[in-house]
Ligand binder design. Sequence first.
Ligand code: SME
Length: 305
Amino acid sequence: MKSIYFAGGCFWGVQHFFSLVQGVSKAVCGYANGNTGRPSYEQVYTDTTGFAETVKVTYRPEQISLEELCSLFFSIIDPLSVNRQGHDEGTRYRTGIFWADEADAPVVRKACAQLSEKLGQPLAVEQEPLRNFYEAEERHQDYLDKNPEGYCHLSLKTFRYLKIWQHIRLFLADEPDTIARMANCSAILAQMMPQFLWTGFYRVAGQQLVLGPFAGPEACMRIGYGKGVCGSAWKQGRTIIVPDVEQFPGHIACSSRSRSEIVVPVRKADGSISGVLDIDSESLDAFDSTDALWLEKIAALMEIC
Ligand code: SME
């Protein structure tokens, strides 16, 4: 067993998130790297103690690596935001990764450097040894289990997507065939997100996208390069969110019930696009940056790299 300490804004959601991660045996809310002895929540709340709301994550390294934990942590924070996550503001909500084992320092620093390079900006995430950590009061432990309606900067959708992503990853682990992977990925997404109208893949075949495995009503079978939302995501090489399909020039209406849509490129190991993941909803404005982030992680599971 090993432990790493993540400060990611309000600890209620961060604790709940890591408690759902496979390979994590325990996630505990606390206060880290402050300037006093054991503080109370109220003292930390004054923002004068130097403590950051932090979650101690204890994990089995044979099941999940520190790199993977850092990558999951980055998916739930704004790593550029200084002393602010969601609506919560103050030094107690700063982000940081604190290690108790000096051997973890290069791993954390490398993960942060890679993210910084990808974003093209320095991160606001502190990378420091753990100086102190005090467990938070009992009422702050498992807060979102005790208070399902409790405010948190992480949405319920984030927790749901984490479960889906883990389920798909585990389920597909030993299957090398891309079509079989896409077929079960569509089925799992459709089952776990029943609000989706259509969930499926189109695959690149020459200058067209050809319908692949999907769940939902029948759909058009071929889409040209640059055509519709799918062909545009392929051409532009990026995720496209369409809040209202009627406002998207050239949208291809496979179903008149579809009101909004998200399309995410699927890439091969060399970065070239081999297809797209397309999801439609009967509601307007059904997709946001949380969907984009997690569906990109899911799409990354499709091609064996
Ligand atoms: N609306 C898509 C076509 C595919 S269906 O939504 C399943 C598009 O405009 O590319």
